[in-house]
Design a protein around this ligand. Structure first.
Ligand code: NDP
Length: 254
């Protein structure tokens, strides 16, 4: 690696994570790119090289303890963490086997916390570091048939908000970004491709909007940001029953 700062990005092979990799490489970071699909990570690495960034490719399944540990081992010297890897899941209560529940929780929740617990203290020691945790609007609104996903996203949001306060003033910044609907592969992988048609166009944003909002949130030391004007305007009302009823009827999953 060069003498540029180092950014660890989980879920860098597509969507929001890939966009973070491009933006941070342009801002002068070398990248540790993590996901399961090696070929996509390698093609990303070639693109980042053109931008002047070197890339360590780490192929890991972050739904396993071993995968999480391999990432900590590969990137403990990171200056910037983007904890983004994830899937969504639509399933009625009682239909997810317990091993799948454990994997989902490791991927979306406890694995994220383990990486922070291992790497953030080193950032505090160096008095320098930035952390983005990718949560979801699901941390604000109940999601029938996605209770496991919503619960995991709430867990990391809560952790990130407390961490933000704990390290404030130490030179380390933490921001939790909670996107609504983003045009990526996420829904397609979960068998929810039909949401592209069902959810109104004005609720969809791009990965670029998510990354911009997260970086701006970090600069302003905000603990939580919701990317996209519609979501920002709706934020104060997301707890109200009327808004939740509208949200659930416009985003119904079947
Ligand atoms: P994508 O499907 O495009 O990207 C998901 C990324 O996570 C891929 O790089 C994928 O790589 C990686 N990933 C998935 N499972 C694992 C695993 N077990 N181990 C390692 N890496 C894994 O979706 P998005 O970019 O949309 O998703 C990024 C994050 O944004 C997720 O946490 C998601 O919950 C969140 N989010 C997305 C929203 C949306 O509407 N798209 C809305 C709100 C939040 P690979 O398959 O190669 O392993």
């Amino acid at each position: 690696m060069s003498n540029r700062q180092l950014a660890l990005i989980t879920g860098a092979s597509s969507g929001i994570g890939r966009e973070f990799a491009m933006m941070l490489a342009k801002s002068g970071y070398d990248i540790v790119a993590v996901a399961r699909r090696r070929e996509l990570l390698e093609s990303l690495a070639s693109e980042l090289q053109v931008l002047g960034a070197q890339t360590r490719v780490v192929v890991a399944d972050l739904s396993t303890g071993a995968g999480v540990q391999s990432v900590i081992d590969a990137a403990s010297d990171s200056d910037f963490l983007v904890l983004n890897a994830g899937i969504t899941r639509a399933a009625r209560v009682g239909t997810t086997p317990s091993d799948q529940i454990a994997k989902l929780n490791t991927l979306l929740a406890t694995g994220v916390v383990e990486v922070c617990e291992a790497i953030v203290p080193r950032m505090v020691q160096r008095k320098n570091g930035e952390v983005v945790i990718v949560s979801s609007i699901a941390a604000f609104t109940p999601m029938p048939k996605s209770a496991l996903y919503a619960a995991a996203k709430t867990y990391v949001m809560s952790y990130g908000r407390s961490l933000n306060l704990e390290v404030r003033g130490s030179g380390v910044r933490v921001c939790v970004v909670c996107p609504g609907y983003v045009r990526t592969e996420l829904h397609q992988h979960a068998g929810l491709a039909h949401l592209r048609q069902r959810v109104p166009k004005w609720l969809w944003i791009n990965s670029h909007d998510v990354v911009r909002a997260a970086l701006s949130g970090l600069r302003k030391n905000k603990s939580v940001v919701l990317p996209g004007l519609v979501y920002r305007l709706a934020r104060p009302f997301l707890g109200s029953r009327a808004v939740q009823a509208i949200w659930q009827s416009t985003t119904k999953r079947n």
